[in-house]
Design a protein around this ligand. Structure first.
Ligand SMILES: C[S@@+](CC[C@H](N)C(=O)[O-])C[C@H]1O[C@@H](n2cnc3c(N)ncnc32)[C@H](O)[C@@H]1O
Length: 459
């Protein structure tokens, strides 16, 4: 029950007993103290815990578990020593099968809220190949260290503060090994970690992406200024398995991962990734799904649902580097991919050449503007795939899709609440979701991807 204008019944530092009620949309679980919301990471519904209050604002408080008096059956031992101090994972205390059920329930809840009786069936979450070791893209920050010069680090949960990193079981071995090696090499050369508070040092982070299927990997060294001897570091990294090395200059705020200037140092401009029998060309700073296995599951679901005919034209909106366009074009007459990032479009076109396919057209620009050309200059699509950013596609794009009257729409989403809002709008425009399938792109976290499969409502 809301407590308008009442002061918080707890204060920072208080010890409280909590009965955990549910998992939140975020890293926490939720409990109440006299009607006041307290959020606790690392807890599970049904658990009774003792906790220390870490903040007590007027609307809600936060607490940290001190002791679990009664644990839930889903509780397991976290695999990583940094769990809950590092911000990279939130659910290592939950058995993997239960994580999948919680993700399915979260999607169901959001869809029911937005669509009520029109909410579609939500299938069980498609699991990742393994609960650990599936992140093929990682970013390690750096911390100054007296003994080693600097050490790898990760952002703390919800903070810009860094925690030194000894292990990361969520990451695949190779990107972790390459990122650590790069940091060690730079420390040997006496490069200093950037300290934003003291405003000294250069190195901000090291980003690595690897492909299991092709063995390719790129390393991006992110620093404030040009680093000395980058060529030598690149040679050493190549000798231990990097195929492309780049340097990115970033003098922006702490929260910014990459700056705008990327200098190619060694190897091909892009690495080659393969999903199924399709090759993708990925630039060092481009978006590409973190788990190639789960990306393959997204492609499979979209392809099965669309069941393209050889005569079909497909529009792939927010196409990025062509994940869906390049996988679908072998089954259709033509695919038109629309994307605003010039780097992603260049990657998509490189992928088109790499796969030697001719029936794909990549159009650069905002979807909102470029999709007006579909059916007016560009062919009218029979099928639509859309994979918008976190905030969803929004009213203008959805209305335009409905006006084009495609036979089917596959909506790929990384935020269930944005998906729910957009499905509600699509429903109002005459498209109903028949089925939604969650996919576990990020095991050990609360994040969930989902594919919604829509068809025109028959009147
Ligand atoms: C979630 S990613 C999906 C990319 C691709 N489908 C994939 O799975 O690799 C969303 C993409 O939308 C692009 N984007 C964001 N807003 C856009 C807009 N208004 N118009 C066109 N593209 C946009 C981003 O650059 C990004 O590549």
């Amino acid at each position: 029950m809301p407590r308008p204008d009442l002061p918080a019944p707890v204060r920072r530092g208080d010890r409280v007993r909590l009965q955990i009620e549910t998992l939140c949309d975020g890293p926490d679980a939720l409990a109440h103290v006299d009607g006041y919301v307290v959020m606790v990471p690392g807890a599970l519904p049904g658990e009774q815990i003792r906790a220390e209050v870490t903040s007590a604002a007027r609307k809600f408080g936060r607490a940290r578990i001190a002791f679990v008096d009664e644990s839930a059956p889903e509780r397991v031992e976290p695999k990583c020593r940094h769990f809950l101090s590092c911000g990279g994972c939130h659910w290592q205390h939950i058995d993997y099968e239960a994580q999948l059920r919680f993700k399915q329930a979260r999607v169901e809840k959001d869809l029911r809220w937005a669509l009520g009786e029109h909410a579609p069936m939500v299938a069980p979450t498609i699991k990742n190949r393994s609960p650990y070791g599936m992140r093929h893209k990682i970013a390690l920050q750096v911390l100054p260290d007296r003994r080693h010069g600097m050490v790898p680090a990760m952002h703390a949960l919800r903070e810009l503060d860094l925690v030194p990193l000894v292990e990361c079981p969520a990451a695949a071995d190779k990107p972790l090994r390459l990122a650590r090696a790069a940091i060690e090499l730079l420390a040997e050369l006496r490069v200093e970690a950037w300290d934003p508070l003291e405003d000294r040092g250069d190195l901000r982070s090291v980003l690595v992406r690897t492909s299991e299927a092709t063995g390719h990997s790129h390393v991006v060294i992110v620093s404030r200024f040009d680093l000395p001897e980058v060529d030598r570091i690149a040679q050493d990294l190549v000798s231990i398995g990097a195929t492309t090395v780049s340097s990115n200059l970033n003098d922006g705020p702490e929260s910014r991962l990459l700056g705008t200037r990327t200098l190619h140092v060694s190897g091909p401009d892009r690495i080659d990734e393969r999903i199924g029998d399709v090759h993708y060309c990925i630039s060092p700073t481009a978006f590409f799904q973190t788990s190639p296995y789960a990306a393959g599951e997204l492609v499979r679901l979209v392809r099965e649902f669309l069941a393209c005919k050889a005569s079909d034209v497909i529009a792939d909106l927010y196409c990025g580097g062509g994940l869906f366009s390049l996988a679908l074009c072998g089954h259709a007459r033509e695919v038109i991919g629309i994307e605003e990032s010039p780097v992603a479009i260049a990657d998509a076109e490189a992928g088109q050449r790499r796969n030697r396919v001719r029936n794909v057209r990549f159009v650069r620009g905002p979807v909102e503007a470029q999709m007006q050309r579909l059916g007016a200059g560009l062919p009218k699509p029979d099928l639509v795939v859309l994979d918008p950013p976190r905030e969803g596609a929004g009213a203008e794009v959805l209305q335009r899709i409905a006006t084009l009257r495609p036979r089917k729409v596959a909506y790929v989403a990384c935020d269930p609440s944005a998906l729910a809002r957009d499905l509600r709008l699509l429903h109002a425009h005459g498209y109903a979701a028949k089925r939604v399938v969650p996919v576990d792109m990020f095991p050990q976290t609360w994040h969930v991807e989902a594919v919604a499969m829509l068809e025109p409502i028959q009147s």
